[in-house]
Design a protein. Sequence first.
Length: 251
Amino acid sequence: MGTALARTWLAAGHPLTVWNRNPGRSAELALQGARVADTAAEAVAAGPLVVTCLLDDASVREALADADLTGKDLVDLTTSTPAESRSRAAWAAGRGARFLDGGVMAVPPMIDAPDSGGYVLYSGPRALFDEHREVLAVPAATRYVGEEYGLAALYDVALLSAMTAMFAGARHAFALVEGAGADPKEFGGLVAGWLAAMAPSTAAYGDHAPAGNTTSPAVVEAGDAALLRTAREQGVDTALLIASAGSVTGI
């Protein structure tokens, strides 16, 4: 992801100094005009705006341990928890830096692809976000979600949790039809189409009383029970269904 982000800033003409924990991975960016730093501290010293995109929160702390962050604006795009983001903001302030937290809602091929649907969530001081918005918007669309530092991480992990459950459901569906003579490609198309058709209805979870929701509890319970019985008939673990639909617990 870091390489994908860096590539777009270079293509847009922004001067860029890069550092990677695996030095060889910076060769491509060097050919595209990036200056490659020998250390993270050297990269930080190269300019006022510092963007980190590493494995985890501990990686950020380790990488920047010896860097002078005085007067720097640190934008952290590393996936973290809300508490870790708030802690990182306090840590940055203690080192003399201003801080923005970010959550990348994309995979590398979606970077610099305006029609891909990818974007980056940001939280922290609005004025700081506005100051750097034009640069931050180069790789992907930006979505500012609030002043509270942990909000970008919370939104990021919440959306990733929804995605994880969706993929788990798709794997469960394939497990059900395995060995039943289904054509995998054809069935995969059905799964993708059905999920896409149902996806818009998820927005209703933000409404405590969704308009037009007339499905009776009895119908929902009967449907959930059928899902469980089918899984058992097919020899597929029911843990996902039980965790996903509270009404089936104990059936």
